[in-house]
Design a protein around this ligand. Structure first.
Ligand SMILES: Cc1ncc(COP(=O)(O)O)c(C=O)c1O
Length: 426
C-alpha cells in the first residue's frame, strides 16, 4: 500500500472518505502554535502589546475559541464578523471594528454588542459613529486609520497603502486627523486611542514594517507637538505564509523582534509616549494550517496540457483566479511515489479561469485518488461562494490524531432556504 498523507496525526485519505470531498482541513496544533508564537514574541518592556487575529482570513466559532484561549483580540470588518464573535461569546472589548464603509446598521449593532474599538476610516464615518453613539447611549474607543503611503511590494489587489488606496486618511492630511480627534474628544461617547495602518498582505520584506512603524511614530510625534495624546499604534497585519518553495516568509519570532525593535527605537528617537502596540495577523496564523482535499474525477490531454479535474475549484478557492495565487499539492494516497507527472489542476466551475494550479509535477494519479492542495487556510473558505450553485465544503479541525467537523457541508437545502416570493411595498 502506498504511503498516505497524515496531518496532525490524522490520515487525510480516511478523512476524505469519512466526510466526502471537497473538504477543508485545518491543523489545530499549527494554529495554536502560531497564535502562541505571536503572543510570546510580541513583547516589550517599554509598552504593552496586543495581538488581534484578523478574522477575515478564516473565522468560525471553533476558530474564535482558539483565538480567545490564546488571549488574543480580534480584528473584524463587517457586521457579520461582529455577530459571529458575539454569538461565540468572544470578549467584545477585545474587538477592533474595521471597514471603509460601515453601514448605520453595522454601527448600531457593533455599539450595542459592546465592540471595544472602532477603527474610523473617514470623516463621514466618524459623524455616523458619533450620531449613533449619541442615539444609543453607547460608548466605545476610537482609532483613526491612516494611509501612510508605503509600498510593500505585494500583489496589486493586496496593496492597501498606496496614494490612491480607498483606506484611511492620507498621512499628508494632519489637519484632517486633528479635526477628527477634536470631534472624538468633544462628543463624550468616544475615547480617542490612536492610529492604525495596514500596508498590505503576503509581505516578505521586514523593511516595509520598519518603514511603516517609523512613519507612523513620526506622525504621532508631529501631532503630539500640537498637544494631542496618542497612546496606541496598530500596525495591521500582512505577514507572509509559505505557499510554494519560492516563498520565504519571515519567521514569527523574527518578524515580532523586528517590529518591537523598530517601535522601541522610533519611540525613543521621536520621544513619543506609546502605551500599546497592536498587530493584526490573519494569513500567517491560518494559511499553512489549512489544506483542501479533493477527489480526482478525470483527466484530459489538450495540445500542450494534461488536466486533472477536481470536485471543487474557484467556488472554494478563488485566490488563483483573483490574485494569480500559487499552490503546491500532492496525491494524498501516493505520498511515497515520484512526482513525475506534470499536470494542471482544474476545478469544476464553468470558467476557463477555474484553474487551481498550473503546470505542477505530481505523483501519477488515477480517478478516485485524493488530491491535497496545501496552504489553503487563509482567504479560501472566507472567500468561498456558491458560484454554479456549488455548496461550500465542510471544515474539519484535526489535532493529535482526532478530527472534529466545525462547519458542515452546505447542502442544496441550505442554499434553497433563502429563496422566496415576497411582495415588496415600493
Ligand atoms: C486592516 C487589516 N488588518 C489585518 C489584515 C490581515 O492581513 P493578513 O491576513 O495579510 O495578515 C488585513 C487584510 O487585508 C487588513 O485589511
Amino acid at each position: 500500500m502506498s504511503k498516505e498523507l497524515i496531518i496532525d496525526g490524522v490520515n487525510m485519505v480516511s478523512l476524505a472518505k469519512a466526510t466526502g470531498t471537497p473538504v477543508m482541513v485545518f491543523s489545530q496544533t499549527e494554529m495554536e502554535n502560531k497564535l502562541a508564537a505571536f503572543k510570546k514574541h510580541l513583547v516589550s518592556d517599554k509598552f504593552e502589546t496586543q495581538v488581534l487575529y484578523a478574522g477575515k482570513a478564516f473565522t468560525c466559532p471553533a476558530m474564535l475559541e482558539l483565538v480567545k484561549a490564546a488571549g488574543c483580540g480580534l480584528d473584524t470588518v463587517s457586521g457579520g464578523e461582529v455577530d459571529i464573535a458575539f454569538r461565540a461569546n468572544f470578549p467584545m472589548e477585545k474587538i477592533f471594528f474595521h471597514g471603509n464603509n460601515k453601514t448605520p446598521f453595522e454601527i448600531h449593532q457593533a455599539l450595542l454588542s459592546g465592540v471595544g474599538t472602532f477603527v474610523i476610516d473617514s470623516e463621514i464615518e466618524l459623524e455616523n459613529v458619533i450620531a449613533i453613539a449619541n442615539e444609543t447611549g453607547m460608548s466605545t474607543q476610537a482609532v483613526i486609520r491612516i494611509n501612510p503611503h508605503i509600498s510593500a511590494h505585494t500583489h496589486k489587489y493586496d496593496v492597501t497603502a498606496d496614494r490612491d488606496s480607498k483606506f484611511g486618511i492620507s498621512i499628508d492630511k494632519p489637519e484632517v486627523m486633528l479635526g477628527m480627534i477634536e470631534k472624538i474628544n468633544a462628543c463624550g461617547k468616544l475615547v480617542f486611542k490612536g492610529f492604525h495602518a495596514h500596508i498590505g498582505s503576503q509581505i516578505f520584506d521586514k523593511g516595509a514594517f520598519v518603514t511603516e512603524i517609523d512613519t507612523m511614530v513620526g506622525l504621532m510625534a508631529d501631532l503630539e507637538k500640537q498637544g494631542v495624546k496618542i497612546p496606541w499604534l496598530d500596525i495591521g497585519g500582512g505577514f507572509a505564509a509559505t505557499y510554494t518553495e519560492d516563498d520565504a516568509p519571515i519567521p514569527v519570532p523574527e518578524v515580532c523582534e523586528t517590529i518591537i525593535t523598530a517601535a522601541e527605537s522610533a519611540v525613543e528617537r521621536y520621544g513619543v509616549s506609546l502605551e500599546k502596540l497592536f498587530i493584526e495577523p490573519g494569513r500567517s496564523i491560518v494559511a499553512e494550517a489549512g489544506i483542501t482535499l479533493y477527489t480526482i474525477g478525470g483527466f484530459k490531454n489538450t495540445y500542450s496540457k494534461k488536466y486533472i479535474f477536481i470536485d471543487g475549484g474557484m467556488s472554494d478557492n478563488i485566490r488563483p483566479a483573483l490574485y494569480q495565487a500559487k499552490y503546491n499539492c500532492d496525491v494524498a494516497n501516493r505520498m511515497d511515489e515520484e512526482k513525475c507527472d506534470v499536470v494542471t489542476v482544474a476545478g469544476k466551475c464553468c470558467e476557463s479561469g477555474d484553474v487551481i494550479i498550473e503546470d505542477i509535477a505530481v505523483q501519477e494519479a488515477e480517478v478516485g485518488d485524493v488530491l491535497a492542495v496545501y496552504t489553503t487556510g487563509a482567504y479560501g473558505y472566507s472567500m468561498a461562494s456558491n458560484y454554479n450553485r456549488i455548496g461550500r465544503p465542510p471544515v474539519v479541525f484535526v489535532k493529535d490524531g482526532s478530527a472534529r467537523c466545525v462547519i458542515r457541508r452546505e447542502t442544496y437545502a441550505d442554499m434553497a432556504i433563502l429563496e422566496c416570493s415576497e411582495q415588496l411595498d415600493v
